[in-house]
Design a protein. Structure first.
Lengths: 363, 355
C-alpha cells in the first residue's frame, strides 16, 4: 500500500538491494502489532440469499452448506453466482488477562459486507445496493467491544456479503480474533465513538464549538472503513471526556493517539499541544515520509487539563492519499511510566533493518 | 415478408444455426447454461388441421378425423402446399412417473411464424404474436417450461399447438421436438423470455412506467441484438417489457434474473432503480468501465413491493455495449422467489460437483 509507494521516493539514492528488504517489511510490522487469539479460517456455514434474521445467533443454520474460508465462493460450487450471501460460524472465546483492544479480522471481502457478532452489528464495508459501492480492496478490521463477547460459551459471527461480479466472498487471510496489546499501556482509554467532520475550519479547535451535528466515527479505524471511501484531504475529530479521579493529581500525562495517516495537529481544551512535525524534532520519530507510521505521543502541558469538568480534544487531520485518519494503535491517556514502557516496546527494540531504513531516510 | 427480407432471414437463420452449434459446444464448459436431457421424443406423426377453434386446445377434443402430418416439417411438404394462415397440431403421450417433481421443458423446435402451445388445455408458452398485431418468431427455438400440476403422470397428456404462418414455409418446421429436463434449470415463476421492446440510443426518460414504447422495435430476449437486425451496433440501447403480475411470489424480497448482458446494465421496475452491473456515466458519450461484466450472471434481489399486483408492470433495462456482441444474450429471464433461488443454487452445487 502506501508504505511501498512512499519508499520508492528513496530509491533514487541507489539502494536497490535495500528495496527488496523494504518490500518485505510492511507485512512484518502488522504481524507484530496484533496477537492472534482465535483462528477462524476453516469451514463456515454458507447460504446465498439475504434475510436479516440470519444475523441472529439462534438462527438454525444446520441445513446450510459449508464452504472454505477464506476462498472465493466460485471455487466452492457457486461459480457464476453474483449477489447476496451469508456466512456464519461459531467460536469459543479464549480467556485473556490482557485489557488490549480486541479485533475481528476478516482479510478481504469481495465486494461489500456487514458483520454481526452475537447478533450485534460490528461494522460495515462498502455499500449495498441500491447505492452500491465496492470495498473489495479494503482491509477488514473491526473493533470488538468486550461486552459483545461471550467468554463462557459460544459466540456467533454472521457476515452479510454482496458481490457484484467476478469472484465473491471472504477471499483472503487473516481471518480471526486478534488483540492489540498496546492498549494495556493506557491508563485511560479514549478509543470508541468520536465526533467527525470532513473539511477544515479553525473554529473546530475551540472548546465551545458545538459539534452536535457532526457524525460519529470509531477511533481507531481507517476512515475508509467508516464510510469515507476514497476521501483524501482534511477532516477533524473531536472528543469530550472527564478525567478519571486516579489521574487528577498527576503532573506528567501523555495523550496517545495511536497512528494517524498522514498529518495531525492536536488541540486540548483549545490549546495546541502538538503536531506530527514536532514529534520529529523530539526525536521520537525520525523517518521522513513515514508520518503515517509514527506513534502519536503528546505530552500534555501543565494547566491544560481540567481535573473537574469536561475536557475537549480536537484533532485536525490531513490525509494525502489512500488510507486516512486515526487508524490504529492505543488512543487515550498514559502516565509517564506506562508511556515509557510503550515507547520502549516500539522504539528501543528496533531491528537492524529498521535502523538501516532510518539512515536511508535521512537525506 | 418481402423476398429481400427472406434472403436476409436465411442468412440469419444459418448464422443462428452456427450459433446454436457453438452454443452447444460452449455448454460443455459453461455450467450455468442449459444442460438439456431428452426424456421423451415427440417427433413423428402428429394430428393436424388448418383453421383454428378454441376447443381444439382441450384434452377431450376428438381429433381422429384430422390429417396425420410429420413433425418437424413445413406443412407445405405434407400436402398443404401454398397454405398460409392458421393451423393446429395435436399429439397425445404418456410420461413416466419417475419424472414427477422435476422441471420439464417442452421443446417445439422452430415454428414458422407464430405459435401458442397448450398442454392439457393450459397455455404453456407462446412466441411471436398473431394477427392483427402480427409479429414473427420463426428464428426462436421454442423451449417452454411446463408449470407444476399440468402434467398428468397417470394417464394421457395432450399437447396442442396453434400456429400462424404469414408467408412461404409454415408450421413446426425444424429442430428437436420433445420433453426435456434441464439439470441446471432455474425454476422461474414468471418467465419473461420472448419479445421485448427495444430501442437504441440513451435517454433516462425511458425508465418511466408510462414511457411510450409502442413505436419501438420488437426484439427476442435472450438473444444478442447483432442477430436481430442491429449488426455492428455498439453503444447504448434500452429494453422494455410490460407484463401483468398476478402476485404469486412469496416473501419480501424476490429475484429478477436477467441471465447475461453484454456489457453493462441498469434495471428499472416501474421507474424505480432495481439493480445494475457496472456503472454508467451521467454525462452521455463518456467512457464506461465494462471489464468482465459481460460474463456476469445477473440475479437482482428486489423488494417485492416494487411490483404492483394484478396490474401492469414495466421493466426497463438500460444497456451499454462497448464493442462486439451486445444486449441481453443469455437467459433465463424472469422472476423467482428468494426461497426458490436459494434452493436452486444449493442443488446446483451438487450437480456441478457430480458432473
Amino acid at each position: 500500500m502506501k508504505n511501498i509507494y512512499r519508499r520508492y521516493k528513496y530509491i533514487k539514492t541507489g539502494y536497490s538491494i535495500v528495496l527488496l528488504l523494504l518490500l518485505a517489511i510492511p507485512a512484518k510490522i502488522h504481524a507484530e502489532e496484533l496477537r492472534k487469539l482465535v483462528q477462524l479460517s476453516g469451514y463456515w456455514k454458507f447460504s446465498i440469499g439475504d434475510y436479516q434474521e440470519w444475523a441472529n445467533p439462534g438462527f438454525d443454520d444446520s441445513k446450510w452448506d459449508e464452504i472454505r474460508v477464506p476462498g472465493k465462493w466460485e471455487d466452492s460450487g457457486y461459480d457464476e453466482y453474483n449477489g447476496y450471501a451469508w456466512y456464519r460460524t461459531k467460536f469459543k472465546m479464549v480467556e485473556t488477562e490482557s485489557k488490549g483492544m480486541i479485533y475481528l479480522l476478516l482479510g478481504r471481502i469481495d465486494d461489500v459486507n456487514e458483520v454481526y457478532l452475537n447478533g450485534k452489528l460490528l461494522g460495515k464495508s462498502g455499500d449495498f445496493p441500491p447505492k452500491y459501492r465496492t470495498a473489495y480492496n479494503e482491509k477488514r478490521k473491526y473493533q470488538v467491544p468486550r461486552e459483545y463477547l461471550n467468554f463462557d460459551g459460544n459466540n456467533s459471527i454472521a457476515i452479510r456479503v454482496y458481490d457484484s461480479f467476478l469472484e465473491g466472498g471472504i477471499i483472503d487471510n487473516p481471518v480471526g480474533i486478534y488483540i492489540d496489546e498496546d492498549f494495556t499501556f493506557l491508563d485511560f482509554d479514549l478509543s470508541g465513538k468520536w465526533k467527525f467532520h470532513l473539511g477544515d475550519n479553525k473554529q473546530w479547535s475551540k472548546v465551545d464549538f458545538d459539534d452536535e451535528s457532526w457524525s460519529e466515527i470509531r477511533v481507531p479505524s481507517e476512515w475508509e472503513q467508516e464510510g469515507y471511501t476514497d476521501y483524501d484531504g482534511y477532516a477533524w475529530y473531536r472528543k469530550e471526556f472527564r478525567l478519571p479521579s486516579n489521574l487528577r493529581n498527576i503532573n506528567d500525562l501523555y495523550l496517545v493517539l495511536g497512528k494517524i495517516d498522514d498529518y495531525d495537529h492536536v488541540y486540548l481544551n483549545g490549546a495546541s499541544i502538538g503536531n506530527v512535525f514536532e514529534l520529529k524534532k523530539d526525536g521520537e520519530y525520525k523517518r521522513r515520509g513515514f508520518e503515517y507510521n509514527a506513534r502519536r505521543i503528546y505530552k500534555i502541558p501543565a494547566n491544560v487539563l481540567k481535573a473537574d469538568g469536561v475536557n475537549v480534544i480536537a484533532i485536525r487531520v490531513y490525509d494525502e492519499m489512500w488510507r486516512g485518519g486515526i487508524y490504529e494503535g492505543p488512543v487515550g491517556i498514559m502516565t509517564e511510566d506506562k508511556c515509557k514502557e510503550y515507547r520502549r516496546k516500539h522504539y528501543v527494540n528496533q531491528t537492524f533493518w529498521d535502523y538501516v531504513l532510518d539512515e536511508i531516510a535521512v537525506e | 415478408m418481402r423476398t429481400v427480407n427472406r434472403i436476409k432471414d436465411m442468412r440469419w437463420r444459418s448464422a443462428h444455426l452456427i450459433l446454436v452449434i457453438i452454443g452447444f459446444m460452449a455448454i460443455n464448459q459453461s455450467t450455468i447454461a442449459a444442460d438439456l436431457i431428452k426424456v421423451l421424443d415427440l417427433k413423428g406423426d402428429w394430428k393436424f388441421s388448418i383453421n383454428v377453434k378454441d376447443e381444439w386446445a382441450s384434452t377431450s377434443f376428438n381429433d381422429k378425423s384430422w390429417e396425420t402430418i410429420k413433425v418437424p416439417s413445413p406443412w407445405e411438404d405434407q400436402g398443404f402446399y401454398g397454405y398460409n394462415g392458421f393451423g393446429y397440431y395435436r399429439k397425445s403421450f404418456t410420461i413416466q412417473s419417475s419424472l414427477k417433481g422435476k422441471t420439464i421443458y417442452m421443446v417445439m423446435g422452430y415454428i414458422d411464424d407464430v405459435d401458442e402451445t397448450y398442454l392439457n388445455g393450459h397455455k404453456i408458452g407462446s412466441s411471436g404474436s398473431f394477427p392483427p398485431f402480427y409479429n414473427t418468431a420463426y428464428n426462436a427455438l421454442r423451449i417452454y417450461s411446463i408449470p407444476e400440476g399440468i402434467i398428468n403422470y397417470n394417464g394421457v397428456n395432450t399437447v396442442a399447438v396453434k400456429v400462424y404462418d404469414s408467408y412461404q414455409q409454415g408450421g413446426i418446421v425444424s429442430g428437436d421436438v420433445g420433453l426435456f429436463t434441464d439439470r441446471f434449470a432455474l425454476p422461474l415463476t414468471i418467465n419473461l423470455q420472448g419479445n421485448w421492446k427495444f430501442k437504441t440510443g440513451d435517454d433516462l426518460a425511458r425508465k418511466a412506467f408510462a414511457h411510450d414504447d409502442s413505436q419501438w422495435d420488437d426484439l427476442i430476449v435472450p438473444g444478442k441484438w447483432e442477430d436481430q437486425g442491429y449488426r455492428d451496433y455498439d453503444g447504448y440501447a434500452w429494453y422494455r417489457k410490460t407484463f401483468v403480475y398476478n402476485g404469486n411470489l412469496p416473501g419480501e424480497k424476490i429475484v429478477l434474473v436477467l441471465g447475461k448482458i453484454d456489457d453493462v446494465d441498469q434495471v428499472y421496475i416501474n421507474g424505480v432503480f432495481a439493480g445494475s452491473t457496472g456503472e454508467f456515466s451521467n454525462s452521455p458519450g463518456k467512457w464506461v468501465d465494462t471489464g468482465e461484466r459481460y460474463r456476469a450472471f445477473r440475479g437482482y434481489y428486489i423488494p417485492a413491493s416494487l411490483l404492483k399486483k394484478n396490474q401492469k408492470n414495466t421493466i426497463a433495462i438500460r444497456v451499454y455495449d462497448a464493442g462486439g456482441d451486445g444486449g441481453i444474450y443469455e437467459g433465463p429471464i424472469g422472476f423467482i422467489s428468494q426461497v426458490d433461488y436459494i434452493n436452486y443454487w444449493k442443488e446446483r452445487k451438487g450437480l456441478v460437483n457430480n458432473k
